[in-house]
Ligand binder design. Structure first.
Ligand code: ATP
Ligand code: MG
Length: 392
């Protein structure tokens, strides 16, 4: 019996034979070439393991470093909801650099409704995008709830955007094939905290908050611009954000619808929501609690300085208009009473209906008070009893 049959072939020998085409056992002996191959293979394997270990440890180290860095900047006892420090953003356009932000400092507290006004190209959207974690600054820091978000990795930043920030843009950005409710549910899917039933309930609650629960099953094309923007606001609040950022929230709406949306924002703000909005629309500043003015990448000053003057003039104009309307109203009442001489009891509603709506609608005072004033001024012998004017 040949010797070779006595030596059992190992899997390694089989691998050697397959790879080289040589026999591992020759004339009953383990071949010298196989022994050399085996030694070399062992060394190569050790080398490969070392490389793998090194790569693994490098990844681990990097991860650890990032976690330590992120942990370090997470200050739980923060003074302001948001602190922006010396923020710079420079865009590179080919070979030219565009300095969009040139040192912005800002603090935002919970419950603020901030409006940033400024001419086109002054850097408003850039500032919002940085605060909302959509882009990273070139220089400077942004602390959100005590955490420096300007240093975070892309993944952590995406998580912050998803969990802590609500966004509202000029063109609503609703998904056209989805209903209002499904649109509001989108962020809830991503956070994955609620059951399907929970998500539907929350979406419906949010739509109720913006007065659109009855339109929950309508798609955006079946809603007006103002309604679509209200859905977008409901969606922004889906994950109970720390702050909601709004870029030109009324930019695509007519002034009346814009004011309706702003009223909703003010209402939400009064219930504790925090907003930062940028807008060309001066009406936004009327609803904001703090107004900043921006120019050439810098915040120039805070305050409704320009706005206050405007408001005073507007208030004066409104007061004058009210006075004129009141006089017009009295004149019409007088004409009506003159035409109805001889009657003893006249329903107030009848007198009211005889006056053009445009006059009555623009009078904040109670109609009966104006009627009473007229009676006193003209020494009529009459009195108002309930809803009836009784003349003597
Ligand atoms: N992605 C970009 N790449 C290059 N330059 C940019 C980019 N985004 C903005 N800019 C430039 O940065 C400056 C500030 O732009 P930004 O959009 O922030 O202004 P804005 O105040 O929002 O203007 P608008 O009122 O017109 O919306 C502008 O000069 C603009 O051209
Ligand atoms: Mg802009």
């Amino acid at each position: 019996m040949p010797k070779s049959t006595l030596i059992k072939k190992t899997p390694l020998m089989e691998q050697y034979e397959q790879e080289t085409g040589n026999l591992a056992i020759w004339k009953g002996e383990v071949s010298k070439n196989f022994k050399k191959w085996k030694k070399k293979k062992k060394q190569e394997d050790i080398k490969q393991q070392k490389v793998e270990l090194l790569t693994q440890s490098k990844i681990e180290k990097k991860k650890m470093k990032r976690e330590i860095r992120e942990d370090k900047v997470a200050d739980k006892d923060y003074d302001h909801l948001i602190v922006v420090e010396n923020l710079h953003k420079t865009y590179l356009l080919g070979t030219t650099a565009v300095a969009a932000l040139r040192g912005v400092d800002l603090t935002i507290d919970t419950g603020d409704f901030i409006d940033i006004m400024g001419p086109s190209g002054s850097g408003k959207t850039t500032l919002l995008n940085l605060i909302g974690g959509l882009d990273a600054p070139t220089r400077g820091k942004i602390f959100l709830e005590g955490r420096n978000i300007s240093m975070l990795s892309d993944n952590s930043l995406a998580e912050i955007r998803r969990e802590r920030i609500g966004f509202v843009f000029q063109f609503y950005n609703l998904l056209p094939q989805m209903t209002a409710m499904e649109n509001v549910m989108v962020p809830l899917h991503f956070s994955g905290k609620l059951s399907r039933r929970g998500k539907r309930k929350k979406a419906l609650d949010l739509l109720r908050l913006v007065g659109l629960d009855e339109r929950a099953h309508h798609t955006p094309s079946e809603l007006s611009g103002g309604e679509q923007q209200r859905v977008a606001i409901a969606r922004a609040f889906a994950n109970d954000p720390a702050i909601c950022v709004l870029d030109e929230p009324t930019g695509d709406l007519d002034s009346k619808t814009g004011v309706m949306v702003l009223n909703l924002l003010r209402d939400l703000n009064k219930r504790g929501a925090t907003f930062i909005a940028v807008s060309h629309d001066a009406a936004v500043s009327e609803f904001a609690t703090r107004v900043f003015h921006m120019r050439d990448g810098k915040l120039t000053h805070e305050g409704k300085i320009g706005g206050l003057k405007e408001t005073e003039i507007m208030q004066l104009k409104r007061r004058q208009e009210t006075e004129i309307n009141k006089e017009k109203c009295k004149c019409k009442i007088f004409q009506y009473l003159f035409a109805n001489q001889g009657r003893v009891e006249i329903p107030v509603s009848e007198i009211k209906n005889s006056i053009p709506n445009s006059i009555v609608m623009n009078l904040p005072e109670h109609f009966n008070d104006i009627l009473q004033e007229l009676i006193e001024e003209n020494n009529f012998f009459g009195r108002i009893e309930g809803e009836i004017l009784i003349l003597n």
